[in-house]
Design a protein around this ligand. Structure first.
Ligand code: ADP
Ligand code: MG
Length: 266
């Protein structure tokens, strides 16, 4: 069974999509099979992996709303072992439209278990969530084993995180008892800026070891890579950003092993 990880924070611009693309790529580089699900109507994860807006056709909306099978919708990417379920353009209306569906919180979970008889051919499924705690993010939390929360090292980084943690708690009680916080990742860390250090200290003060040791630095190559539709490791493999995400992937895999006893199948 794949590890299913929702990358969530209701704030926009904190590094969810960047983390989704680059963590997925780094996990794939270690030999793991990875699926990235783009659940944000803005479709930045799809564009960031080279899929132009016009080329998206069907994707996560077709799976959730029309019940089309996951494996008929996923695309291969330029990264070996990394597949993508893109955000189709209709996903923009999904928050409202899906409200009328039966078991509307379970649409993603059921879609991911639909192919279970043969097992899904992935070691990891990462879900890039939209910047809200609406129905799409709720679907991600109900389908996931764990939540990874990117925190931007800026003013008000922790604002809203307690709300997110309470939401995770509620989802665990109501829908998905196994859901847990996988950890918080500090993004856009800038050594020259005292504020970054303060945010890191604050986050570790509140969340202790749940904050990943790996710091993702603010690195222009990361955002340049995205504008070229590539993960950082293909755009500039030696860049600080690319190396940091490789380290984060190792730290994540290391944390999963003792906690779950699940190996990381190669
Ligand atoms: P979210 O998905 O949470 O809205 P993004 O991942 O799209 O956030 O990041 C917001 C912006 O910041 C994007 O333009 C992205 O390229 C840029 N960015 C993200 N992480 C970094 C980083 N470590 N260094 C430099 N720019 C970054
Ligand atoms: Mg995003």
């Amino acid at each position: 069974m794949p590890h299913i990880i929702a990358i969530a924070n209701q704030k926009g611009g904190v590094g969810k999509t960047t983390t989704a693309i680059n963590l997925a790529t780094s996990l794939a580089a270690t030999g793991l099979r990875v699926l990235l699900i783009d659940l944000d109507p803005q479709g930045n994860a799809s564009t960031g992996l080279g899929l132009e807006h016009g080329a998206r056709r069907t994707g996560s909306y077709a799976m959730l709303a029309d019940h089309q099978p996951l494996l008929s919708l996923v695309r291969e990417t330029m990264v070996e072992r990394l597949s993508l379920l893109p955000a189709d353009t209709e996903l923009a209306g999904a928050e409202i439209e899906l409200v009328t569906y039966d078991r509307r919180e379970f649409l993603l979970r059921e879609a991911l278990s639909g192919d279970k008889s043969d097992g899904l051919p992935y070691d990891f499924i990462l879900i890039d969530c939209p910047p809200s705690l609406g129905l799409l993010t709720l679907n991600a939390l109900v389908a996931a084993d764990a939540v990874l929360v990117p925190l931007q090292c800026e003013f008000f980084a922790l604002e809203g995180v307690s709300h997110l943690v309470r939401t995770i708690e509620r989802v665990r009680r109501a829908f998905n008892p196994q859901l847990h916080l996988q950890g918080l990742v500090l993004t856009m860390f800038d050594r020259r800026n005292n504020l970054s250090e303060l945010v890191a200290e604050d986050a570790r003060g509140f969340f202790g070891a749940q904050v990943f040791e790996t710091l993702i630095p603010r690195n222009i190559r990361i955002s340049e890579a995205q504008s070229h539709g590539k993960p950082a490791s293909l755009y500039d493999p030696k860049s600080a950003g690319s190396l940091a995400y490789a380290k984060l992937a190792d730290e994540l895999v290391g944390r999963l092993r003792p906690a779950t006893g699940k190996g990381t199948a190669q």
